[in-house]
Every structure is written in C-alpha cells, then in structure tokens.
Design a protein around this ligand. Structure first.
Ligand code: ZN
Length: 132
C-alpha cells in the first residue's frame, strides 16, 4: 500500500475519499482568499457526491474542534518547552488558530468525509467519467 492509497493522502491533499483522484475544493491553495471554502458538489473522477445529505458537513465542526484543541495542546507544549510566559502562550495560540483556520477547515471536512467513505482502488483506476 502506497502513501497515495492512504486516508492521510486524501486528507492532506484534499482528494476525493473514494478514488483519491478528484479534488474536494475549487482552489488547491487554502490561503487564496477567493473561494477558499468552496467545495465541488461531486467528484470529477468517480462522480461521488460529497454532501451525502443536507447539513452533512455540520458534523465536520466536531472534527474541527478536535483539531483546534490538538493544535492548542501542541502550542502549550511548545511554550512549556521554550519557557514562555502565559501572555506569549495566548498570543502564539491565537496566531496559530487564526493562521491555520483555512487548513483546519479543509482538513476537518476531509477527515469527516474519510470517516464515512472508504477508498476504492478500482474507482481510482477509471480514467474518465462517462457522460451521457
Ligand atoms: Zn472520486
């Protein structure tokens, strides 16, 4: 199993969780402020519909919360290791959360999709979507 077959690949690169070929988001760059949060409705490669039901991505908020807490814990540990004062922790944590917000948003949606959809290698080998 190669890295491109893993869920981590789909999550980090914003690929379709079923085929790992199609893009989840319009823009690959999460820091390009125009359309940074816009998702395709379905996969261009395997036609998987991303929003499985209305409000599906509300569950991704829980994943986002968990990722934000993990990031804050990491910032705390880093501050403890360096010996910073609490005010520096507050500033560095706020900066980390604000600067990484676009990434956390995308990763949380991608993680949430990967929880429910399994990778199907046969779908990734299909070269083009048949259009009627
Ligand atoms: Zn796909």
């Amino acid at each position: 199993m190669s890295f491109s077959d893993s869920k981590l690949y789909s999550i980090l690169y914003g690929k379709c969780p079923r085929c790992h070929q199609g893009e989840l988001f319009y823009n690959k760059n999460p820091y390009k402020l125009e359309n940074w949060d816009k998702m395709h409705s379905s996969c261009s490669h395997c036609s998987l519909r991303y929003e499985r039901e209305p409000g599906f991505f509300q569950g991704a908020m829980y994943v986002s919360y968990a990722l934000g807490v993990a990031l804050s814990v990491g910032v705390v540990l880093l501050n403890l290791a360096i010996g910073f004062k609490p005010v520096y922790y507050f500033v560095s944590n706020t900066l980390a959360i604000v600067l990484l917000a676009p990434l956390l948003f995308r990763w949380s949606r991608s993680v949430y999709l990967n929880i429910f959809i399994k990778y199907d290698k046969s779908k990734s080998e299909k070269h083009a979507v048949q259009t009627p």
